[in-house]
Design a protein around this ligand. Structure first.
Ligand code: NAD
Ligand code: UDX
Length: 480
């Protein structure tokens, strides 16, 4: 029986390994982590991450050929294939701070593999890493163990949160990079054999190591660039009276462009896009490619602009002050169908409003009060230096209350912001919400999920990203 061990039981390691175990009953899969609380949760009825379909997959295999454990060393030493899926955050201090990937967790995992291995291993990079990381890992492994052969593969993960199980069941492609030597090719084949249990052969792409590592950064950069492009257009739409949804539809009909990933929003979030583009920028700079670095930097600049533009729109339309006003925030996760808040645009929007002294009442169906308070009191880039290992922040932000119901959040509020596109926000009773709000009642839809005409009929002053502006906003802009 082939034995797989995955180091890192996070958003990638957990679901990916659960699907491998589900699709390959003949393979034993152990997912290990240094976080005791994470592993305890994986072994309970309340999994540590919310992901549609995940519970069913885990329940089918857990205890049979899928195991979650803190016995990291034992499982690593017994495995034939070791996936490393630890976090690779942006460095928050030192050389390359604010850009370069912090490979501390990766390096410590590699050193541990070298310490405990007694047989030859295939080590698979599942984490997103800078190009050439495989070479560094290979050096750490070979310089720290004797007589043991390692093959390093790059097998980046393309799943998106909220649709992870769907994406893993039917991936657009599986990418495997390895050395172009006979031993490297044999290792590629061994990993191909795992995926071949359910992925059609023509969807498994094999490349050299550096192409695989770079393709992952490139794919995320391209995706994020699409969002920044449509968000840049949304600002122009508001200035000209065009409707960004209509523009996206018309542009996306061109088969060379395609319709997906063209929804204007308050900005992209999530643990990957910003981190991976910053990493790409750093790699370009290190290679002396200043123009290329600047090109990609702009994707993040537009994203930051979109978030601050949204806050400015709220403040300026509410008579240039939100001081002491209650603002309801509906949605805090970085997208729907996940409880993940890493780099969610809600953090920047909330911090912007708090900076203008607003009082916030926040509701998200999947995010806890502890998490929201932690996010709002943490510094940029600190979030990915495992939050579950950090103590709860001592001082909660007192102008923030977190409630478990959209109606409670909006009661007596001056304004409502939609920051995540949860389906339930589309079907709220907005007449009831309007009746219970201060007047004039404002709605700022950062996800374009609401029926603007219907809300205006109720009496709301509505702002929806990239949609023709309510005359109110032009009047306010004209104010000195
Ligand atoms: P995560 O923070 O959810 O999980 C990482 C886990 O690794 C944590 O539970 C941490 O405790 C554990 N860990 C760290 N060091 C360890 C060690 N030495 N030994 C054992 N466990 C250790 O992160 P994630 O979202 O799963 O992302 C993991 C990697 O995958 C990152 O490189 C990320 O860029 C990449 N990725 C993420 C996504 C996504 O959607 N989240 C998608 C594709 C790729
Ligand atoms: C992303 C990549 O899609 C995935 O392939 C990679 O493995 C990890 O990073 P993820 O961050 O989980 O996945 O979600 P994604 O669906 O890409 O959304 C990222 C952000 O962009 C979210 O905040 C989302 O709301 C936003 N977004 C997405 C838009 O604003 N508009 C869109 O049209 C699409």
């Amino acid at each position: 029986m082939v034995k797989i061990c995955c180091i890192g039981a996070g958003y990638v390691g957990g679901p990916t390994m659960a699907v491998i175990a589900f699709k390959c009953p003949s393979i034993e899969v152990a997912v290990v982590d240094i976080s005791v609380s994470r592993i305890t949760a994986w072994n309970s009825d309340q999994l540590p991450i919310y992901e549609p379909g995940l519970d069913e997959v885990v329940k089918q295999c857990r205890g049979k050929n899928l195991f979650f454990s803190t016995e990291v060393e034992r499982h690593v030493s017994e495995a034939d294939i070791i996936f490393v899926s630890v976090n690779t955050p942006t460095k928050s201090r030192g050389l390359g701070a604010g850009k370069a990937a912090d490979l501390t967790y990766w390096e410590s995992a590699a050193r541990m593999i070298a310490d405990v291995s007694k047989s030859n291993k295939i080590v698979v990079e599942k984490s997103t890493v800078p190009v050439k990381t495989a070479e560094a890992i290979e050096k750490i492994l070979t310089h720290n163990s004797q007589g043991i052969k390692y093959q390093i593969l790059s097998n980046p993960e393309f799943l998106a949160e909220g649709t992870a199980i769907q994406d893993l069941f039917k991936p657009d492609r599986v990418l495997i990079g390895g050395r172009e030597t006979p031993a490297g090719q044999k290792a590629i084949q061994a990993l191909k054999d795992v995926y071949a249990h359910w992925v059609p052969e023509d969807r498994i792409i094999t490349t050299n190591l550096w192409s695989a590592e770079l393709s992952k950064l490139a794919a995320n950069a391209f995706l994020a660039q699409r969002i920044s492009s449509v968000n840049a257009m949304s600002a122009l739409c508001e200035a000209t009276g065009a409707d960004v949804a209509q523009v996206s539809h018309a542009v996306g009909k061109d088969t060379r462009i395609g319709p997906k990933f063209l929804n204007a929003s308050v900005g992209f979030g999530g643990s990957c896009f910003q981190k991976d583009i910053l990493n790409l920028v750093y790699i370009c700079e290190c290679n002396g490619l200043t123009e290329v670095a600047n090109y990609w930097k702009q994707v993040i600049k537009v994203n930051d602009y979109q978030k601050s533009r949204f806050v400015n729109r709220i403040v300026s339309s509410m008579f240039n002050t939100v001081s002491g006003k209650k603002i309801a925030v509906l949605g805090f996760a970085f997208k729907k169908d996940t409880g993940d808040t890493r780099e969610t645009p809600a953090i920047d929007v909330c911090k912007g409003l708090l900076g203008d002294k607003a009082r916030l009442s926040i509701y998200d169906p999947q995010v806890t009060e502890d998490q929201i308070q932690r996010d709002l009191s943490m510094s940029k880039f600190d979030w990915d230096h495992p939050i579950h290992l950090q103590p709860m922040s001592p001082s909660a932000v007192k102008e923030v209350t977190v409630v478990w119901d959209a109606y409670q959040a909006t009661k007596n509020a001056h304004g409502v912001c939609i920051l995540t596109e949860w389906d339930e926000f589309k079907t709220l009773d907005y007449q009831k919400i309007f009746n219970n709000m201060q007047k004039p009642a404002f709605i700022f839809d950062g996800r374009n999920v609401l029926d603007v005409a219907k809300l205006r009929k109720i009496g709301f002053i509505v702002y929806s990203i990239g949609k023709p502006l309510d005359p109110w906003f032009n009047d306010m802009q004209a104010m000195p």
